[in-house]
Structures are given as C-alpha cells and as structure tokens.
Design a protein. Sequence first.
Length: 202
Amino acid sequence: MQTPVIIVGNGISRKDINIRLYKRKGYKLYGCNRAYEDLKFDRIFCTDLGMTKEIVESNYPGRIVVRPGGTELRDERIEIFDADTIHRGPNNRRGIVCTGTRAVLYALEKGYLPYLLGFDLYNPGDNLLERPSQIENIYAGTKFYDVTRKAVRIETAKRFGEQLEKYYDKLWRVTTPFTVSIDPNREISMPEFLSRAAAGYL
C-alpha cells in the first residue's frame, strides 16, 4: 500500500483548512512556495530563486527542494531535485516545470501517493481563461504573487495544467464544485477528503 502525501497548493479552496491537523495525524505534507509561512512541511518546494532566497533568509527550519542550475543558495536545508529532466526527458532542455509539478514528481519518485489539496485550476471572474491562473490564490498580491498581466497568467495556467495531466492517473486531486475537472475518476470531493483524512483513511 502506498504511503499518502498531501501536497498543499495555494488555491483559495484550502483557505479555511487547518493543515496542521494533518501534520498532527502523521501525514506527510509537502508545501509550495509561500506556504512556508504557514507550517514546517516535510518538504517545501520552490522554482523561483527569489522565493527560495526569501525562505532561506526567513530561517524556515525545514527542507527546501529546488531545481538545479548552479545558482542555488548554499544552505544545508536545500535539496536539489531535477524534476525538469524527469518531466521532459534527458534530451530536451526546454521548459521548467511548475512548483506543484515538482512536488508531484518528487512524491512519485519516492513511491508515495499524492493527494493534491488547494490546486484549484480556476480563476473566478475571468471567463476567458480555459485553464485558470495560479495568481488566484491565498497569497495574491504578496511578493512574487503580484503578476497581473493576463498573458502571463494564461501561460502559467496552461503550462501547469498540461504538466499535471501527464501524471493524473498516479494521484488524487481534491476538488470543489467551482474547480475545473480534469478526470473525475482521479478526483475526490473536498467533503470526502476531509472526512477520510480526519479518520486516517487516505
């Protein structure tokens, strides 16, 4: 039986979820980017060097997983994980995977079963977006989350959605009535997730 790991995204659907409860229950928890402010995760994942630097300088006590590239900050908490090569193959040097994809690939490499919480994939009020933007999240307006150009939002949304679909048969994604569905067979409703997680049955 695979060990479950809850990968915490920053979509607004998880705004009122007390993720500390899952830590106390013994679940493995992975966080993305600014989620470091909320909790010491088993691993926190970053793609952007600026975000990584902020986490390091904040004295965050946990492990920080980043991509290789020769410009990483030197710190004993930093762990290099080459999700980009895993995703695109060794002969393709184009493209960088999103932070959420990085966390998913790390979990799969460890043999864990990822549950994606707060990966909403929608942007309320912007009907032009087929795949919504990561900008609509609980940290909107803060540093590194203040991008407002629609072209950037659309590109980010499409890239993450495409990356996630590649691994969708290997994970479970928590959804609400307002989130975009990719494959209902690999999705679990928020009420069911909360009930099962509380009971220790993920």
